[in-house]
Design a protein around this ligand. Sequence first.
Ligand SMILES: [Zn+2]
Length: 108
Amino acid sequence: MPNPADLVDPGWDVSERQWVADYLAHGQVAASWMGVARCRLCLRVNGSRDLTDGSFLWPEGLPHYVLDHAVRLPSAFLDHIVRRLQALDQLARDGSWWRSHAACPSDE
Ligand SMILES: [Zn+2]
């Protein structure tokens, strides 16, 4: 298991760390564990679950490492997050089903 202190990148852009942390914080719960993990850098309580996006699995406390300690994730994982966020940005909303199944005040 890597030591997170070896992965700290103080030059990592704060805004990029923020959206990476946001993505990580919104994973689905894959497992819950008895007891809590502590951050290995500041010892704060740092979660007790594993989260996933269906492709990767990470500890619930990973956003804290990214945002508060600038622990840089592997480039393959960062590239994956960028691709997922770009795909979400490109989704189009289709309201046709809703309009055909419900009276909408804006349609009256
Ligand atoms: Zn910490």
